[in-house]
Design a protein around this ligand. Structure first.
Ligand code: SAM
Length: 289
């Protein structure tokens, strides 16, 4: 008989004020690490998925939206990016997209919790299948803030912060100290992409505004772009784009990006420019920061 406790799984919002439910066909694995609780499940509608501390991370069905938008927007702004740092991203989806560019020389993936990587390799080959045999990808199991503090100036052309929300172990990745270190370790053409949360829930908005303010204090060019992802709270999410030199719309290199010949399910050159056109209420939220 099915276990009624896991038959329908409710993935939480931070404050549990709203929940999203998925009918689970099979619970696969549960583990508590020093950093978080990790759960993997199978479902009919969203395929295999995993949560950290009850928060949705990746589903097989909609992960393409997040991973396309975190990886391809900066690559189409500066197609000459060669050295990439990913902070978090233990599921592998972001590094999978970056490694599709043949000219990328190295990708450092800094994930605090090795178990996320190992379990994704076991249960989610869709995002983590490349990890074992991609020679340009280097894994580092440590805190992202510590890692950047110890890197020399101008070590990277692109930093992708693919972290959990600004609570628990992810908190340090939303501090001014962290953004300053990112600025220092980026080259003069460097770009930083980070989570900007959802514009619908007050606790997300508060954190998004704080992070936006801090990034603006550090980087000369700061923009925000949006995307839709069905299984994250509200389905409407934002990324922050910060750069030393390039504006993602003014300097968009559509022809060069299209020449790479990558097939993508969410990202395209029209989405690239459209994503920076924000609804008025989002502009107003950001204007006050
Ligand atoms: N796409 C997901 C989302 O937005 O919900 C994020 C996916 S990825 C699984 C997030 C990863 O960030 C987790 O595996 C977590 O262990 C890692 N993480 C959290 N804090 C971190 C830190 N300070 N340094 C490095 N990795 C961190």
């Amino acid at each position: 008989m099915e276990n009624p406790l896991v038959d329908i799984l409710y993935t939480q919002n931070w404050d549990s004020s709203t929940k999203f439910s998925i009918k689970v066909t099979k619970p696969l694995h549960t583990e508590v690490t020093p950093y978080q609780r990790i759960d993997f499940f199978d479902s009919e509608t969203y395929g295999r998925f995993f949560t950290l501390d009850g928060l949705m991370m990746v589903t097989q069905k909609d992960e393409f939206a997040y991973h396309d938008m975190i990886a391809h927007v900066p690559m189409a702004t500066n197609p000459d990016i060669k050295r990439v740092l990913i902070i978090g991203g233990g599921d592998g989806g972001t590094s999978r997209e970056i490694c599709r560019y043949k000219h990328i020389e190295s990708v450092d993936l800094v994930e605090i919790d090795e178990r996320v990587v190992r379990l994704c390799q076991q249960y989610l080959p869709q995002t983590a299948g490349h990890i074992a045999n991609e020679p340009r990808l280097h894994l580092h199991f440590e805190d992202g803030l510590n890692y950047v503090k110890n890197k020399p100036d101008a070590s990277y052309d692109l930093i992708l912060v693919d972290s959990t929300d600004p609570i628990g172990s992810g908190e340090g990745l939303f501090t001014t100290e962290f953004y300053r270190q990112c600025f220092r370790v980026l080259s003069d053409e460097g770009i930083l992409i980070n989570q900007h949360e959802s514009p619908y829930y007050s606790f997300h908005v508060k954190e998004m505004r704080k992070a936006h303010r801090k990034i603006k204090d550090v980087f000369p060019i700061v923009r925000v772009y949006q995307y839709n992802i069905a299984t994250y709270p509200s389905g409407h999410w934002l990324f922050g784009f910060a750069s030393k030199k390039y504006d993602p719309v003014r300097d968009h290199q559509a022809e060069r990006w299209e020449a790479f010949g990558l097939k993508t399910m969410y990202y395209n050159s029209q989405i690239h420019e459209g994503a920076f056109a924000l609804p008025t209420f989002v502009n107003e939220m950001l204007a006050g920061t």
